[in-house]
Design a protein around this ligand. Structure first.
Ligand code: BDR
Ligand code: CA
Length: 317
């Protein structure tokens, strides 16, 4: 089985990604680490536990991570995911935070990878703060990973949070910079524009949610708000005019689960802009190799959408 460590900020699409991983028969989840992002850290932790409860998987350890970015001002995405991060559809019986592990997220990441050298696949669908702190605490952390899958950044300077910036990178540009420059392990990136271009039709979403299960009812409830916002003119513009069901984080997760999911990718050196007035947090690609970087990442371009549909369908069964 593939051994996954998942770093998240649920977030509705994080919830979708987590549920896809939970349903994958070839995956063992070693732990879930929480990071500030779509909503404040306390909500992120609560939401993660809620998701695990619905899936009957509270046995998976959940760790509390960084509550703020390294240097940037804290931002959240409540206008897209709701104030509580899961569509403001609260659950009165949500599990309490006492279920979190004592150990902090970054220490847990370092320990887990040390215990399974060369075996752990890290999937990061939040701002990269925990990952940046991990490499500062243990510079050998990245080389012990089997692979790193990131949802974040952009390829065509089209932003969803600033003019040129994607949320996870803008929410902690310094962390994204550290990760892209210091993680010299096999790295796969699902950038914003890529997931927009590979969005699923809304008709699939209806079929997906029509499954008569508790998980489908939960998803319907937490997705209601985000789904509505996704179909506003402003959001359709952000998605290059391509209205559709764009579960960004799930693309990174699907790629980690199934090596044949990505059908085309570009191998290129990348970094992150830290200073521009309009461009801070933007991912910068270096196809001409002017930066003389040794390490290249794989930027996802096209995928097998039928495989994604199957994984999503299975996740609500
Ligand atoms: C990313 O930002 C968050 O709002 C989503 O969960 C996703 O990780 C998309 O830009
Ligand atoms: Ca996310």
């Amino acid at each position: 089985k593939k051994k996954l460590l998942i770093d998240v900020d649920p977030g509705v699409d994080d919830a979708q990604a987590i549920m896809v991983a939970l349903a994958a028969p070839n995956v063992e989840i070693l732990g879930i680490t929480c990071c500030h992002g779509n909503t404040p850290l306390e909500n992120v932790c609560k939401n993660t536990l809620r998701i695990l409860k619905v899936c009957n998987r509270l046995d998976i350890p959940v760790y509390r991570g960084c509550a703020a970015p390294l240097l940037a001002r804290k931002i959240h995405a409540s206008d897209f995911h709701g104030k509580d991060g899961l569509g403001d559809a609260p659950d009165p019986d949500a599990p309490g935070l006492e279920l979190l592990q004592e150990e902090g997220a970054v220490m847990a990441m370092i320990r887990t990878v040390k215990e399974n050298p060369g075996e752990v696949i890290l999937v990061a669908t939040a701002p990269l703060t925990n990952l940046a702190v991990a490499v500062k605490l243990d510079p050998t952390f990245p080389e012990k990973l089997k692979g790193l899958y990131i949802m974040g950044g952009n390829t065509d300077s089209r932003g969803n949070t600033t003019v040129c910036g994607e949320f996870n990178f803008v929410a902690d540009p310094e962390a994204a910079y550290i990760v892209l420059n210091q993680y010299h392990c096999p790295t796969y990136i699902a950038p914003w524009e890529f997931s927009c271009r590979n969005a699923l039709p809304w008709s699939f979403c209806d079929t997906w949610l029509a499954q008569k299960t508790e998980k489908a009812r939960f998803m319907e409830k937490i997705f209601h708000y985000t789904r509505k916002v996704s179909q506003t003119e402003e959001n359709i513009k952000e998605m290059e005019g391509n209205s559709g069901f764009n579960s960004c984080d799930t693309y990174a997760m699907a790629a980690a689960i199934d090596d044949t999911f990505v059908t085309e990718s570009e191998e290129v050196a990348v970094t992150v802009e830290l200073e521009g007035r309009y461009t801070r947090g933007m991912m910068v690609l270096d196809p001409v190799e002017m930066l003389k970087k040794q390490h290249k990442v794989n930027i996802m371009k096209t995928v097998d959408l039928e495989k994604l549909k199957k994984m999503l369908m299975d996740s609500l069964k």
